[in-house]
Structure formats: structure tokens, C-alpha cells
Design a protein around this ligand. Structure first.
Ligand SMILES: Nc1ncnc2c1ncn2[C@@H]1O[C@H](COP(=O)(O)OP(=O)(O)OP(=O)(O)O)[C@@H](O)[C@H]1O
Ligand SMILES: [Mg+2]
Length: 166
């Protein structure tokens, strides 16, 4: 059962498949302009969750880890919308961030998903959905959603009702 706080959602996933499904539910709700930050240690499940988001949103091709290319761009078949998936692990400041074309990524015309967002935090918009992943044991992850700004608070509310029925 989720822990309920204003603008927050605190849940436990018991498997990679469950994390993928949780991501997919969020993916169905995303709109262009949304900024999703996936934070947490290596192996915590950020890419698994991002893969779920891609599925729910309808990304073609499916999401894989952009660790080496830093940024992947996806589209979906029903419209011309774009989804960017970035891995900022190798970036260490805002200047680095500019080399990946952050202006386009954050233009408001696409969905943007960031792994290791803390590496370029100053370059990110203030308003965003921040999701923190914590490893509990081999198969369990604590996932905490924190919405900054009205859009993301209402997104969390909609998500909560869809995923948990309340
Ligand atoms: N409940 C769970 N949720 C997500 N992944 C899980 C869970 N239990 C086990 N796993 C495993 O943990 C790993 C998560 O890997 P993933 O690539 O998503 O991590 P990451 O946070 O993106 O790491 P990195 O910082 O290296 O990119 C996978 O091997 C997955 O199978
Ligand atoms: Mg990853």
C-alpha cells in the first residue's frame, strides 16, 4: 500500500516486472513538456522503470540504456511526438549538459526522462517529477515520487488513483 503525503507517493516494488509495470502506468499519462527525473544508485531500477514508461507511452523502438550515447530519442506511431531518454552519469556540470542538446530536450515539445539527474541538476527545470529509487534487497526497491509544481502534483494524484485505486 502506498504511503500518502501531499504531492508524494512512496511505494515498494517486489520485482523488476512490477517496476516495469509501474513505469508503464506512468508512461500512459505523460504529455509533451513533462520532465521525469529518475534518481538512485546503480542497479536501483531506473532503466527498468524508464523501459516501462516507454512501453506505456508507445515508444518505438523500445527503451534501452543510453549509458554510452548519453541521449536516445524515441517516437511513437500514433503521432509525431518525441520522448528523450538521457543518462547523465558521465556528465558533471551544466556545460557538459549543453553538449547533449538540452535546449531541444527541454523545449517543451517532448517528454524528457533523465537518469542521474543530480549530475546536471542546475540545468533542469525547477518543476519536475523526481523519482527516487532505493535498493532494499535483491528483488525489492523503494520508489518515492515527489512532484514539484502543480502539473506533477496532479500527475501523481492521477497515477495513484489508477495504480492503487485511491
Ligand atoms: N524490484 C525491482 N525493480 C527493478 N529492478 C529490479 C528489481 N529487483 C531486481 N531488479 C534488478 O535490478 C537491476 C536494475 O537495473 P537497471 O539497469 O534498471 O538499474 P539502473 O538504476 O538504471 O542502474 P544504472 O545507474 O547503472 O543505470 C536489473 O538487473 C533488475 O532485474
Ligand atoms: Mg540505467
Amino acid at each position: 500500500m502506498p504511503i500518502i503525503r501531499e504531492g508524494q507517493l512512496d511505494i515498494i516494488s517486489r520485482s523488476a516486472e512490477q517496476t516495469m509495470r509501474l513505469g508503464a502506468r506512468l508512461g500512459t499519462l505523460l504529455e509533451s513538456g513533462d520532465v521525469i527525473c529518475l534518481s538512485g544508485d546503480m542497479g536501483a531500477g531506473k532503466t527498468v522503470f524508464a523501459g516501462g514508461i516507454g512501453k506505456g507511452w508507445g515508444a518505438v523502438p523500445g527503451l534501452t540504456s543510453p549509458t554510452f550515447s548519453l541521449v536516445h530519442v524515441h517516437r511513437r506511431s500514433q503521432d509525431k511526438l518525441k520522448l528523450y531518454h538521457l543518462d547523465c552519469y558521465r556528465l558533471s556540470n551544466v556545460l557538459d549538459a549543453e553538449t547533449v542538446g538540452l535546449d531541444d530536450v527541454l523545449s517543451g515539445a517532448s517528454v524528457a526522462i533523465f537518469e542521474w539527474p543530480e549530475h546536471i541538476e542546475e540545468a533542469l527545470p525547477q518543476e519536475r517529477l523526481w523519482i527516487e529509487f532505493r535498493i532494499l534487497d535483491n528483488s525489492q526497491r523503494n520508489i518515492v515520487f515527489d512532484g514539484v509544481g502543480a502539473r506533477y502534483k496532479s500527475l501523481i494524484e492521477t497515477y495513484r488513483v489508477q495504480a492503487f485505486g485511491r
